[in-house]
Design a protein around this ligand. Structure first.
Ligand code: WT7
Length: 629
């Protein structure tokens, strides 16, 4: 540890500066947690009371394993809480969104402006025939219009399915089809490191054989404007301009779906995780306010894209429901230089910064001189999400970015959980390597295969024992896959992560217990990468594993059996990489490809990835009794 900062190392833990607690929403974690245990429903009702409802609930929770309903018969609209409420409470001219483009161009949008744009686009969607319950796919770069489109859907009760703009056309196609999206909202292009990346051409490919799609709404950012040809293409700004300026929020039942968001599973195609209006709103509002300690006066910068759950919950719905200012940017962390993010923190007075370990590790490599060029005193809270924050990265983040003053929240959660589940509340002792303890409202534990808690220091499976408001309600069109989450270990929700608990109840996440890869904080199914590879004409069979990578968490290695008539070559490797890139997008590209004659399989034909992985890492492959000859 550096001596320059007031860092107190209490055994394994860091005690944050006591001044942090002077104004924190949670004053004492243990009190908050015990209050919840005494009256679990009262805990959630108190939070829900802080939000606006058109009609209050009859019951806080109805639980019939594995199906939960929260705030039954309550009526609300999340956009009312994110927009109208602030507009009518004197915050009309408060800044809602600061956007910075890849080229440094800025846009500042007040709550009033956002409210207006959302209503106009909502009316635009209505004019295209979108009604409550229809699915709208949003495939856009990180521009304010992406958020406007999401909120406009929520305004009228349409279910948005945001697909990250970095995904390729096959990934987009399967998500459009699975959700049976009626509309796709997109843009001509994204801009990355000064280069134009076409999105619309990928949409054109993705909608082939997707007859559910009736219209494609295109935001034209480039000049000269891209021509819109067919009858089904409409201009984003045109539908904004034509319409009425007012759009009353649709009265939504607490349990009506708000959105679908796809996440990778161990097998099969991506799962459409379904979140609802009431419970998700309460969960993201609660954790933004009480965990990230967000105040209206904060400028929150969550560096994710709204195309991931992190963006849904902690760019859009959580911070806007609290009434904070959000910063979003299309800029990459190291372009034009590795100081760009720190310069933005200084320039826009960012107070709450939330990023991923992979980004922190990248900055560590670039050297401390980059952040040291800027005044980062504005920072109050630092967060991390997506994969374990290793102690070295924790220490660097704490010392170099937080100057030993800012609490670091390593937040463990999932697309399926909707909100933070495990972290270290502001002002509590932090233990590097440990995410922390369950959020008040959550009962989490580390158990063995039979659901029995394992003693401290022993690894086990991470489970959640009781339902919570922002839990997913189903997997779209595949409720069986939903039920599996609640039936793998006893009656608990199984997260699919391995973890270990210490004597104080702090939980360290060890990684996935299945074949899901976490590449740069993004969850990627080995099955998805394999099927992209197998769709190439040269590939007979493919198996994909994650290899520990100092920067990305996992890096992808693919083992390939070629079809007869094809020869292994470096050129073919490049072809395969390109093929995966076009199909799934750049994040799913294998860093290594090895051509093999055979793959280890069980007698029933299932590829044993764990054997490949053990061989690759020089480890013991474990029980091989099911391995075929
Ligand atoms: C998986 C969920 C939640 C938003 C980002 C990813 C891993 C997430 C942490 C953390 C260790 C983490 C888990 C989890 N993960 N946060 N703080 N420490 N691991 O969402 O794509 O649904 O992935 O990400 O393995 O199960 P997701």
């Amino acid at each position: 540890m550096s001596e320059n900062f007031d860092v107190k190392l209490d055994g394994k833990s860091y005690l944050p500066d006591p001044s942090v607690k002077e104004s924190s929403w949670i004053q004492d974690y243990e009190t908050a947690y015990n209050d919840f245990l005494k009256d679990p429903e009262g805990h959630w009702a108190n939070i829900a009371e802080e939000l606006d409802w058109f009609r209050k609930w009859d019951r806080v929770k109805e639980w019939e394993h594995p199906y939960a309903k929260w705030f039954t018969n309550a009526k609300t609209n999340i956009t009312y809480n994110c927009l109208d409420r602030h507009i009518f409470n004197g915050k009309r001219n408060k800044v809602a969104i600061i956007w910075v483009g890849d080229d440094g161009k800025e846009e500042v949008i007040t709550y009033r402006q956002l409210y207006r744009e959302v209503m106009r686009f909502a009316n635009g969607l209505k004019s295209l025939g979108v009604v409550k319950g229809d699915r709208v796919c949003i495939y856009m770069p990180l521009v304010p219009e992406q958020i406007i489109a999401m909120l406009a859907c929520a305004r009228i009760g349409a279910v948005h399915s945001v697909v990250f703009g970095g995904f390729g056309s096959n990934a987009l196609h399967s998500r459009i089809k699975d959700a049976q999206a009626k509309i796709v909202v997109t843009a001509d292009a994204a801009i990355r490191r000064g280069k134009r990346l076409d999105l619309k051409t990928l949409v054109d490919k993705a909608v082939v054989n997707a007859s559910c799609v009736e219209k494609i709404v295109v935001l034209r950012r480039m000049s000269p404007p891209m021509e819109l040809f067919s009858e089904i293409e409409v201009d984003f700004n045109e539908i904004l301009d034509k319409e009425d300026k007012e759009c009353e929020p649709e009265v939504m039942d607490s349990e009506d779906p708000l959105f679908i968001l796809y996440t990778s599973g161990t097998t099969g195609p991506a799962k459409g995780i379904v979140h609802t209006c009431g419970g998700y709103m309460v969960g993201t509002y609660y954790t933004s306010k009480y965990m990230l300690d967000l105040k209206e006066s904060d400028v929150m910068w969550c560096t994710a894209d709204p195309g991931w759950i992190t963006g849904h919950s902690y760019i859009v719905y959580g911070p806007l429901s609290v009434g904070a200012t959000i910063l979003i940017t299309e800029a990459t962390p190291d372009y034009p230089n590795p100081g760009i993010w720190w310069s933005m923190i200084e320039e826009f007075d960012v107070t709450v910064f939330y990023t991923a370990p992979t980004a922190i590790r990248m900055f560590m490599r670039q050297g401390e001189e980059w952040p040291q060029k800027y005044n980062l005193d504005c920072l109050r809270i630092l967060g991390s999400v997506g994969e374990p924050l290793n102690p070295e990265a924790f220490e660097w983040y704490y010392r170099v970015i937080g100057k030993g003053k800012c609490p670091i929240l390593d937040t463990w959660w999932q697309t399926e959980t909707g909100m933070h589940m495990i972290t270290t509340a502001v002002g509590e002792p932090m233990k590097p390597g440990f995410a922390g303890r369950p959020v008040p409202g959550i009962i989490a534990d580390v158990v063995d295969e039979n659901g029995q808690p394992v003693p401290p220091g022993t690894g086990g499976l991470l489970v959640i024992k009781e339902p919570w408001p922002s839990m997913m309600r189903t997997v779209y069109g595949n409720d069986e896959r939903y039920r599996q989450y609640w039936s793998t270990i006893g009656n608990y929700y199984t997260a699919g992560d391995l973890a270990v608990k210490d004597e104080d109840g702090y939980i360290m996440i060890l990684g996935r217990s299945d074949d899901v890869l976490i590449v740069a904080g993004h969850n990627i199914g080995s099955a998805e990468v394999e099927s992209a590879l197998v769709s190439h004409e040269a590939v007979a069979e493919a198996a994909v594993i994650g290899k520990p990578d100092p920067l990305k968490g996992d890096s992808i290695k693919a083992f390939i059996i070629l079809r007869v008539g094809y020869k292994a070559s470096d050129k073919l490797k490049l072809d395969l990489v390109y093929h995966v890139r076009m199909n799934l997008g750049p994040i799913a590209i294998p860093s290594e490809i090895e051509f093999v004659e055979s793959l280890p399989k069980t007698r029933s034909g299932k590829i044993m990835r764990r054997v490949l992985k053990a061989r690759e890492l020089g480890k013991d492959p474990g029980d091989l009794s099911t391995l075929e000859e």
